[in-house]
Design a protein around this ligand. Structure first.
Ligand code: FES
Ligand SMILES: [Fe+2]
Length: 407
């Protein structure tokens, strides 16, 4: 039950910049419902990788806060995102999380849709029933580098900049031609914003992620002037070498117009990839001819995080389930022709982020339990948590900019 005593507009207006949000933003069902409507039903979301629907009729369900979207390969090879809601009396159509179908048949009264969502059969309807008016409702879809994005809004936000930057930072890896080495789903007992805040800062990395800090040299550099100097020199040296070899370096940051950030950074001296010992864990991806010791990453509001190094990639999405529950899904990708047990070991490929994510989930759940307390009050961010503040500013602007969704 909602605990709100003030209007959302009042709560947004009195937010103190540079501070975490009031308790209700992390706990209240009414605010959660607004989050779903104004954030998750209006923005581009990462649904999954194209390898999950290789052939026409292959599908998987993308579930977001009670909505169920059928991501299905159409008869012409296109990717469709269809609301899993029958146009007769509203039954769910697909009940299994994934599968392969020739047609979509509603289990209730057997209306039949094709893989593009058109209604092709409906028994005993009136003579003037117009079948073509009853196709399944659709989401907008974009596929970039094998990554399927959907947007449920009637007018989706501009996708041009996201597409251009993902291509610029990820094209060399040819992610469209990768396969899933292993996939991990976990329900985090925390509000989606606590999970998102966590993955937008590394203030916590030095003392909570020993494995991450043993791999990524920037992890501890923020806490030591000496390590910070060494890190700056290492990055400058690596960037000069990458430029000499013709490889991308640099970054783009979140701004008023941009809801994503992309970075390309070195791992650690002597490390070729993000593995426990820095040694390769899979064959080189895409067009690469050597291990360059770098990692490309992208973080997109509200729920997306991608990382790619020379021989594997990690694709993560976070979707809200309830005010205090969030589903995390991590996929580790390797070359499409790599063979498990021969070319790679899923445990070695996934070691870094599997370990780090488990630590993050525990932190987020502790954070939620503390936020639930009657003594919780918004606290101030440090100098190195500016990206969390930017995330929340964007979030609050989205709440204020609300226009009802029309189909
Ligand atoms: S609800 Fe789907 S056929 Fe009736
Ligand atoms: Fe973390």
């Amino acid at each position: 039950m909602s605990t709100l005593t003030d209007s959302i507009d009042e709560m947004v207006a009195r937010r103190r910049p540079g501070y975490s949000l009031e308790q209700e933003f992390y706990t209240d069902p009414a605010i959660f419902d607004l989050d779903v409507e104004r954030i998750f039903m209006r923005n581009w979301l990462y649904a999954g990788h194209v390898s999950r629907i290789a052939a026409p009729g292959d599908y998987f369900l993308f579930e977001v806060a009670g909505e169920s979207i059928i991501i299905i390969r159409g008869s012409g090879g296109e990717v469709n995102a269809l609301f899993n809601v029958c146009r007769h009396r509203g039954s769910r159509i697909c009940l299994e999380g994934q599968g392969s179908v020739k047609r979509l048949v509603c289990p209730y009264h057997a209306w039949v849709y094709d893989t593009n969502g058109a209604l092709i059969a409906a028994r005993h309807m009136a003579d003037d029933f117009e079948r073509d008016q009853f196709g399944l409702h659709r989401c907008h879809v974009r596929v970039v580098e094998g990554l399927i994005f959907i947007c449920a809004a009637a007018q989706p936000p501009d996708f041009t900049a996201i597409e251009a930057d993902l291509q610029r930072f990820f094209a060399p890896y040819e992610l469209a031609d990768t396969r899933t080495a292993t996939l991990l789903r976990h329900v985090v007992e925390a509000n989606w914003k606590l999970v998102a805040e966590n993955f937008f800062e590394c203030y916590h990395c030095g003392h909570t992620h020993p494995e991450f800090c043993s791999v990524m040299s920037y992890g501890r550099a923020i806490d030591s002037p000496r390590l910070a100097d060494e890190q700056a020199a290492f990055v400058a040296e690596w960037e000069a070498e990458m430029e000499r070899r013709g490889y991308l370096t640099g970054h783009v940051e979140v701004s008023d117009e941009r809801v994503h950030q992309c970075h390309r950074v070195p791992i650690r001296r002597g490390y070729l990839t993000q593995s426990e010992d820095g040694q390769p864990v899979a064959p080189l991806l895409g067009q690469l001819t050597e291990y360059d010791g770098g990692v490309s990453s992208a973080q997109l509001y509200p729920n997306i995080w991608f990382v790619a190094c020379s021989d594997h990639a990690m694709l993560a999405r976070f979707t809200p389930l309830s005010p205090t529950r969030t589903e995390a899904e991590f996929s580790w990708m390797v070359r499409g022709d790599a063979r498990e047990g021969h070319d790679y070991d899923p445990e070695r490929v996934s070691w870094l982020w599997r370990t780090t994510a488990a630590e993050d989930w525990a932190i987020c759940e502790d954070n939620q339990r503390g936020v639930n307390s009657r003594r919780y009050q918004p606290g101030p961010y440090s100098r190195v948590e500016g990206s969390v503040d930017a995330l929340l500013e964007w979030y609050l602007r989205q709440l204020s900019l609300y226009r009802p969704m029309s189909m």
